[in-house]
Design a protein around this ligand. Structure first.
Ligand code: NAG
Ligand code: NAG
Ligand code: NAG
Length: 970
C-alpha cells in the first residue's frame, strides 16, 4: 500500500512538472499574483473537500485566484503556493475558556483527512496545520516528499501513531513542531531525525520517546544548527552526564521538563554558552548539588528546575550570574527542591529579574536588603521555607511587584506602610504561618490608603487587630480574604460590607469577631467560608447556593439549623457548625446535599431522631453528630456510607441495637457510639467488616454478651473502649493479638497509616475531645467480666492505658505485667484479684496513675523505682492483706527483695512518627479543631506521592493546600 501511494505521488509530481510551464504561459499571463497554478488550485480544493470545516474557515477557498484564499500565500514571481497557514486561531481543546470558542460556542477546528493531493504543492515551504483535530489519524507520509518545506507545524492537531520516517527526508526543514498534547500510545524512535541537518527548532513534546532513551542525545547532537529543543514529557529516562563532543553549541532554548530523569545535572549543559532558556522541571529525580557552573551561563534568561531533588546553596550560582557583564536572568524557578542556606546579597545584581520562585525549599535567614534593587520583579515566591528575621523595608521599593508570597516562614518584627508603599501593582499577598504564635505585627496607620487593589490576601498569625484592618477600605477587588489568628476583636465594619465584594473565599477563623456575621456578602460559585472560632451570634448564616465549604464551628450561633439548608446550599461538600448553641432537629433537607463529604454538627443542643436520608449522601467521609440530644434508633441507611471514615454519634440518647447495615461501612477508622443507650449484643461483624478501625468506642451503653473473638482481628486498633456496659464472660486471651498495641511501627508498617490519613486529611479531620489522652488504650471497666486477667494482654507493650476496673475478675495480676513498658494508667480496682503485686511492676517507668484498690491482693507492696512516686495509700486500699509503704500496715518479715531488673531502658527518642501522629490526631488537635491539616503537615511524610498532591492542587481550600505543600517538603 505504501508503495502504491508512492507511485501515485510520483506520477502526480511528474504530471505537475510537465504541465507547469504550459499553465504559467497559458492561463497566468494576465496576473500571476491572483491567478494561480491550476494544479495547485485543484489540489487545494481536493484538500478542502476532504476536511470538515464547521466554522467555514475555508469559505474563501473558491474561484480561480487561489493566491488570495485565506491562509494561502504564493510566490510573487512564480505564482506557486509557498505557504499554507491553517493553524486554528481558537484552539479549544487546550484552553476550554469561553474565549476559545470566540464567544459563539463555534468550533474552529478543521478535522477529517489530510488529502494526499497536497503533494502537488511542490513549492510549499511553510505548512501549519496546528491546533486542529485530525482525530488520531497518522501524520501523512507524503509530507516527506514536499522537499522544499522549511517550516512544518502539526502540533496539537491530534495526529497519533507512528511518525512516518519520510519526514526525515525533509533535509531543508528549519522548524519542526510535532508536539502532541494527547497521551500518545505509540512508542517512537527518532533515528529519522538525523537527516534533518538544517533543523533550528524542534518540538516533539508529549510523544513517547522511551524507545530512544539510550540514544536520543547523540541523535540530537547531530543537529548542529539547532537553537531550540523541546522534549517535554517524552518519557525519556536517561540524561547522559557526558558527551564526547558538543555540536549543538547554538542551542538557546532547552526544554527537557516532565521526563523521568534520575541523575545529576549533566556537565555538557554548562558548555551550552548560548543557552537562554533551560527547563528541567518536574523530573522529580534530577538530583545532586546545585552546580555553581550554572552561574557561568550569562545569557540565561529563564532557569526552571522546579520539582526535582536538588540541594546545596544558591550563593555561588547567584554570585556567578551577578558577575555577568549584563545579567539577563528574568525567571528563576527552583520551587520544590531541597536547597538551603541564605539567599545571597548578590541577588540584587540580577537587575532584570521578573520572577523569583524559591518556594518549598529549606532556605534560611532573612530576605537580603538588596532585594529592593530588583525594580522589575513581579513575582516573589518564598513560601514554605525556614526563613526568619524581619522583612526588610527595602521590599517597599519593588514597584513592579504583583505577587508577594512569603507564607510559611518564621518572620518576625513589624510590617509598616513603608513595606508596601510603592507596590501599586500588587494583587496577591500572603504572609504568616498558621499557628497560634504571633511574631509579626502590622503597624499601619488607620488612615493609610494603599496604592494597590488586592485580589488575594492571606495573612495568618500576624497581628492586625484589635480593630478590623482599615487599610482594606479601598480593596474592592478582593476575591480571597484569609485573615486568621490576627487578634481582631471587633465586629465586621459596615464599610466592609459596602465594598460590594464577590468573594471566592472568606476565612476569618481564629479571631474574636463578634456581632452578626456578614450576611450580605456575595460569593462566587465554589466558594469557601470559614468563620470558625469567633464570637458571632444570631441565627446560622447560609449565604448563597454558590458555597462549597462552610465552617462556622465554635461561635455562638443559636436557633435551629434552617430547614431549607439543603436547598440553599446544594453544592456543599463540607459543613461544620459544631460547638454552637443550635437547637431543634436535623433538617431533612440535608439529604439534598448530595456532594457532602464532611458533616460535623456536634456539640450543639440538637434533638429529635436522626433522619434516614444517608443513602443520598454516599460520599460522606466524616459524620460527627456527637454531644447533642438526639434520640431514637440509628437509622439503617447510615450503612450506605461505605466511605465513611469517622462515624461519631456519641453523647446522645440513641437507643436500640447497632443496625447490622453498619457492616457496610467497611472503611471506617473511628466508630464512636459511646454515651448512648444502645442495647443488644456487641456484634461479631465489627471485627470482620471494619478491618481498618483505629478507634472503637462503645462506652456507656447497655450492650450485653461476650466480646466476640473477631475483635482480635482489628490489627490497627489503638483505642478500644467498651467500658460501662453489661458485657460478660471472660476477657478473650486473643486480645493479646491486637497488633496495633504492639511494637511501634516499623517502617514497613507506616505506609498504611499514611495512606489512611491521606483520606482523612481530605475533609480537614477534626479531633474528638472524647478520645483525649486515650492514646493506645483498652478500657473494659464497669462490665461483668469474670475469670483471670489474660497474661497475653501484657504483650501489648505499646499500651498506655489499661482499665479493667469494676468487673468480677479473679486470680492474680499477671507476673509479666512489667512488660507493659509504656503504661501510664493502670486501673485494676474493684475486682476480686488475689495474690501478690508482681515485682515486675516496679519497672514501669511511665506509670503515673495506678489503682489496685478494692481487691484481695496480699503481701508486700513492691518498692523502688516507679513505686517510690506512687505514694497515695488509696491506690491500695481495700486490700486487707497488703502491707508496706505507703500503707500504715507494716509487713511482718522482709522476704521480698527489690526487683532486680529495675532499670528498664528508657529510650526517650524512641517516640516514632506514628506515636507523634497519634498524639496529634487524638490529643493535640483537641485544642484546635479544624487545624488538622496543618498538624498533619508537620508529621506526615513526603512519601505520600504526588498524585494526592496534584489532587490537592485542585482543591479550592488554599490554606490546606499550602499546608500540604509544606509537609510534602518536610
Ligand atoms: C560534530 O562535531 C564533531 C567534532 O567536532 C565533528 O567531527 C562532526 O562532524 C560534527 N557532526 C556534525 C553533524 O556536525
Ligand atoms: C535513582 O538513582 C539512584 C542512584 O542510582 C537510585 O538509588 C534510585 O533508586 C533511583 N530512583 C529511581 C526512582 O529510579
Ligand atoms: C454565584 O456565582 C456566580 C458566578 O460565580 C455569580 O454570577 C452569581 O451571582 C452567584 N450567585 C449568588 C447568589 O451570589
Amino acid at each position: 500500500m505504501a508503495s502504491d501511494s508512492l507511485q501515485y505521488f510520483l506520477f502526480l509530481v511528474l504530471i505537475s512538472q510537465a504541465i507547469n510551464p504550459w499553465i504559467q504561459q497559458g492561463f497566468c499571463t494576465e496576473n500571476s499574483r491572483d491567478r494561480c497554478n491550476e494544479i495547485e488550485r485543484k489540489s487545494m480544493l481536493q484538500f478542502k473537500e476532504s476536511l470538515s470545516d464547521p466554522s467555514g474557515r475555508l469559505s474563501s477557498w473558491t474561484g480561480e485566484s487561489c493566491c488570495t484564499w485565506k491562509g494561502v500565500t504564493c510566490d510573487i514571481k512564480t505564482g506557486h503556493v509557498v505557504k499554507l497557514n491553517l493553524r486554528n486561531p481558537f484552539p479549544q481543546t487546550f484552553d476550554p475558556t469561553p474565549e476559545s470558542f470566540d464567544g459563539n460556542g463555534m468550533v474552529y477546528e478543521l478535522s477529517g483527512k489530510v488529502s494526499p493531493s497536497l503533494v502537488n504543492l511542490q513549492h510549499l515551504s511553510y505548512f501549519d496545520l496546528s491546533m486542529n483535530n485530525f482525530q488520531g489519524t497518522q501524520i501523512p507520509g507524503f509530507l516527506g516528499s514536499l522537499t522544499r518545506l522549511k517550516y512544518l507545524n502539526l502540533s496539537g492537531a491530534s495526529f497519533a501513531g507512528k511518525i512516518p520516517s519520510s519526514i526525515g527526508n525533509l533535509s531543508g526543514l528549519h522548524y519542526l513542531d510535532l508536539n502532541s498534547y494527547t497521551d500518545e500510545p505509540v512508542k517512537n524512535d527518532i533515528q529519522w531525525l538525523s537527516g534533518l541537518s538544517s533543523l533550528r527548532y524542534l518540538d516533539l513534546g508529549g510523544l513517547d520517546l522511551s524507545r530512544a532513551s539510550s540514544h536520543w542525545l547523540p541523535t540530537i547532537n547531530m543537529l548542529a544548527s539547532l537553537s531550540e529543543l523541546h522534549l517535554s514529557q517524552c518519557q525519556l529516562l536517561n540524561l547522559p552526564n557526558s558527551l564526547p563532543f558538543i555540536n549543538i553549541t547554538s542551542l538557546s532554548a532547552l526544554d527537557l521538563s516532565r521526563n523521568n530523569f534520575n541523575s545529576t545535572m549533566p556537565n555538557w549543559l554548562f558548555n551550552l554558552s548560548s543557552l537562554t532558556d533551560l527547563d528541567l522541571s518536574s523530573n522529580y529525580g534530577i538530583r545532586g548539588q546545585l552546580s555553581r557552573n550554572l552561574g557561568n551561563l550569562c545569557k540565561l534568561r529563564a532557569l526552571n528546575l522546579n520539582s526535582n531533588n536538588i540541594f546545596g546553596t544558591l550563593t555561588e550560582v547567584i554570585d556567578g550570574l551577578s558577575e555577568c557583564t549584563n545579567s539577563s536572568m528574568e525567571t528563576l524557578d527552583l520551587t520544590f527542591n531541597q536547597l538551603s542556606g541564605n539567599i545571597p546579597n548578590s541577588l540584587g545584581f540580577l537587575k532584570n529579574l521578573r520572577s523569583l520562585r524559591l518556594r518549598n525549599n529549606s532556605f534560611t535567614g532573612s530576605i537580603p536588603d538588596t532585594i529592593g534593587n530588583l525594580s522589575s520583579l513581579e513575582q516573589l515566591y518564598l513560601s514554605f521555607n525556614q526563613m526568619s528575621g524581619a522583612i526588610p523595608e527595602s521590599l517597599g521599593k519593588l514597584v513592579s511587584l504583583v505577587y508577594l508570597d512569603l507564607h510559611e516562614n518564621s518572620w518576625e518584627g513589624v510590617i509598616t506602610e513603608a513595606h508596601l508603599i510603592n507596590m501599586s501593582r500588587l494583587t496577591e499577598i500572603s504572609i504568616g504561618k498558621l499557628s497560634e504564635n504571633i511574631s509579626v505585627v502590622f503597624n499601619i496607620s488607620p488612615d493609610w490608603i494603599p496604592p494597590f487593589k488586592l485580589k488575594f490576601v492571606q495573612i495568618q498569625s500576624c497581628q492586625l487587630g484589635p480593630k478590623f484592618p482599615t487599610w482594606l477600605k479601598n480593596q474592592d477587588q478582593l476575591k480571597n480574604l484569609i485573615i486568621n489568628f490576627a487578634r481582631i476583636s471587633d465586629s465586621i465594619p459596615e464599610w466592609f460590607l459596602r465594598l460590594g465584594l464577590h468573594l471566592d473565599e472568606l476565612d476569618l477563623a481564629y479571631n474574636n469577631l463578634s456581632g452578626m456575621p456578614p450576611n450580605s456578602l456575595q460569593f462566587n460559585l465554589g466558594s469557601n467560608v470559614d468563620l470558625s472560632s469567633n464570637s458571632f451570634k444570631g441565627p446560622l448564616p447560609l449565604w448563597s447556593s454558590n458555597l462549597t465549604t462552610l465552617y462556622l464551628r465554635n461561635n455562638s450561633f443559636s436557633g435551629p439549623i434552617p430547614r431549607d439548608i439543603g436547598m440553599v446550599l446544594p453544592l456543599l461538600t463540607d459543613l461544620d457548625i459544631s460547638r454552637n448553641s443550635l437547637t431543634g432537629g436535623i433538617p431533612l433537607s440535608i439529604g439534598n446535599m448530595t456532594s457532602l463529604t464532611t458533616l460535623v454538627i456536634s456539640n450543639n443542643r440538637l434533638s429529635g431522631d436522626i433522619p434516614d436520608f444517608w443513602s443520598n449522601i454516599p460520599d460522606l467521609y466524616i459524620l460527627d453528630m456527637s454531644n447533642n440530644s438526639l434520640t431514637g434508633r440509628i437509622p439503617t441507611s447510615i450503612g450506605s456510607l461505605s466511605f465513611v471514615k469517622f462515624l461519631i454519634l456519641s453523647g446522645n440518647n440513641l437507643s436500640g441495637k447497632l443496625p447490622s447495615s453498619l457492616r457496610n461501612c467497611t472503611s471506617t477508622f473511628s466508630l464512636d457510639l459511646g454515651d448512648n443507650q444502645l442495647s443488644g449484643r456487641l456484634p461479631a461483624w465489627i471485627g470482620k467488616d471494619m478491618p481498618s478501625l483505629l478507634i472503637l468506642r462503645l462506652r456507656n451503653n447497655s450492650l450485653t454478651g461476650n466480646i466476640p473473638s473477631s475483635i482480635c482481628a482489628l490489627s490497627s486498633l489503638h483505642i478500644l473502649d467498651l467500658s460501662e456496659n453489661r458485657l460478660s464472660g471472660i476477657i478473650p486471651t486473643c486480645l493479646g493479638n491486637l497488633s496495633g498495641f504492639k511494637a511501634g511501627l516499623k517502617t514497613e508498617d507506616t505506609e498504611p497509616y499514611e495512606g489512611r490519613l491521606q483520606v482523612v486529611a481530605k475533609g480537614r479531620v477534626l479531633v474528638y475531645q472524647s478520645t483525649l489522652y486515650l492514646v493506645n488504650s483498652i478500657d473494659l471497666s464497669s462490665n461483668k467480666f469474670r475469670g483471670n486477667i489474660p497474661a497475653e494482654l501484657t504483650s501489648l507493650f505499646r499500651l498506655g492505658t489499661l482499665n479493667l476496673s469494676m468487673n468480677g475478675l479473679t486470680g492474680p495480676i499477671p507476673e509479666t505485667i512489667g512488660r507493659l513498658e509504656r503504661i501510664e494508667t493502670l486501673d485494676l480496682s474493684m475486682n476480686k484479684l488475689t495474690g501478690r503485686i508482681p515485682q515486675s511492676m516496679a519497672a514501669l517507668t511511665f506509670l503515673n496513675h495506678l489503682n489496685l484498690s478494692s481487691n484481695n491482693l496480699s503481701g508486700r507492696i513492691p518498692t523502688g523505682n516507679q513505686f517510690q512516686t506512687l505514694t497515695d495509700p488509696s491506690i491500695y486500699e481495700g486490700n486487707i492483706a497488703l502491707c508496706g509503704d505507703p500503707l500504715p500496715t507494716k509487713c511482718e518479715n522482709s522476704g521480698t527483695k527489690p526487683y532486680p531488673g529495675g532499670n528498664v531502658d528508657e529510650d526517650e527518642n524512641e517516640e516514632d512518627d506514628l506515636e507523634k501522629l497519634w498524639f496529634f490526631l487524638v490529643v493535640g488537635l483537641g485544642y484546635f479543631l479544624g487545624f488538622w491539616g496543618v498538624c498533619a503537615s508537620l508529621i506526615l511524610k513526603k512519601s505520600w506521592g504526588d498524585a494526592y498532591f496534584n489532587f490537592l492542587l485542585g482543591l479550592k481550600d488554599r490554606i490546606f493546600y499550602l499546608a500540604f505543600a509544606k509537609w510534602r517538603k518536610a
